[in-house]
Design a protein around this ligand. Structure first.
Ligand SMILES: Cc1cc2nc3c(=O)[nH]c(=O)nc-3n(C[C@H](O)[C@H](O)[C@H](O)COP(=O)(O)OP(=O)(O)OC[C@H]3O[C@@H](n4cnc5c(N)ncnc54)[C@H](O)[C@@H]3O)c2cc1C
Length: 299
């Protein structure tokens, strides 16, 4: 059986596209390798998504998005898409659980964190060192080091500071690069300290703690904590799926250089990564896909 639409990724972009397509009568199949909701699971407080005047926690918004998907009866398979192949006039979507054939594929796989490139980072990965707040196994009364100085680093610090011992944000720049609202909230939090001009040199583990050695204008400095979180930027996951290497999006649109292959959300947005943009982009892609399925042409 060749399906009409397969969506790869169930973050905000994939979810909004799936809900639209389901409502107009095309039953998309959504592949999600992890949990429904995507990166939004990490957000401390989303205050810029319309409809929630008091703001809403990332996990609460994800719960609502998931409920919406369920209420529409969207089909989800929890499996990682490893390859998208074009053959016999349609696509074959490859996962470890088998192949699915589809006329249209929409890629909404978002971004992945960049590594900090600090000696010792690899050895601590998955035990004492993480790249997303939701991966940290325990939080209560634990101490944290966050490496980075942008919105994500400050959002993570505010999130972790609830119930934590102390949180140290370590940043090599002279000032943070986050929005001023987050900066003010961090300044007011009694258990968060921001350390500027502090360059991370090496990581190690001793006596059940992570040790971070740094260089500062005043000399060497060492931090210790239960866990370290790296927030040094993100990059598109586009090249993680085989078959997409030579494909690119057309301008800022949801179409790509391959007919029938669409893209939406953070995976294509560059520096502007927001839930509202991902949701709008997902709907835009879904409308183009519906046109294509109806009339056989891309808009
Ligand atoms: C700490 C933090 C705070 C934030 N706060 C805000 C905020 O306050 N306001 C705001 O507007 N935005 C915020 N954002 C940004 C927002 O979360 C993202 O812009 C949004 O989640 C992007 O949606 P997306 O669907 O494009 O991608 P993602 O949310 O990244 O979803 C992609 C999905 O695809 C899945 N996937 C990836 N590869 C595969 C594969 N090969 N096979 C199957 N599935 C795959 C992933 O598991 C994931 O579920 C925040 C982000 C972070 C990190």
């Amino acid at each position: 059986m060749v399906r009409d639409v397969v969506i790869v990724g169930a973050g905000p972009a994939g979810i909004s596209a799936a809900v639209y397509l389901q409502r107009v009568g095309y039953s998309p199949l959504v592949f999600e390798k992890d949990r429904v909701g995507g990166l939004l699971m990490n957000a401390n407080l989303v205050e810029n998504y319309p409809g929630f005047p008091e703001g809403i926690g990332g996990t609460e918004l994800v719960d609502l998005f998931s409920e919406h998907l369920k209420s529409q009866g969207v089909e989800i398979k929890h499996s990682e898409v490893t390859e998208v192949k074009q053959e016999k006039g349609h696509f074959t979507v490859v996962t470890p659980d088998g192949d699915t054939e589809s006329r249209i594929v929409l890629i909404t796989i978002g971004t992945k964190p960049k590594e900090a490139g600090i000696p010792g980072e690899n050895e601590l990965k998955g035990t004492r060192l993480f790249y997303e707040v939701r991966e940290i196994p325990e939080r209560d009364e634990k101490d944290f080091i966050i490496i980075g100085g942008g919105d994500a680093a400050f959002d993570y610090a505010l999130n972790l500071s609830k119930g934590a011992g102390k949180v140290d944000i370590v940043c090599r720049s002279t000032s943070p690069s986050c929005i001023s609202l987050l900066k003010e909230r961090v300044q007011q939090a009694p258990n968060i300290t921001f350390h500027k001009e502090t360059s991370s040199e090496s990581l190690s583990e001793a006596d059940g703690k992570v040790k971070l050695s740094c260089k500062t204008p005043e000399g060497e400095k060492e931090f210790d904590a239960d866990y370290v979180l790296i927030a040094c930027g993100r990059e598109s996951r586009w090249l993680d799926v085989k078959g997409l290497e030579s494909v690119s999006s057309i301008g800022n649109m949801t179409r790509t250089t391959v007919r029938g292959l669409f893209v939406a959300g953070d995976v294509k947005q560059g520096d502007h990564r927001q839930v509202g943009i991902a949701v709008g982009d997902g709907v835009q892609a879904a409308m183009s896909i519906a046109d294509y399925l109806e009339r056989g042409e891309e808009k």
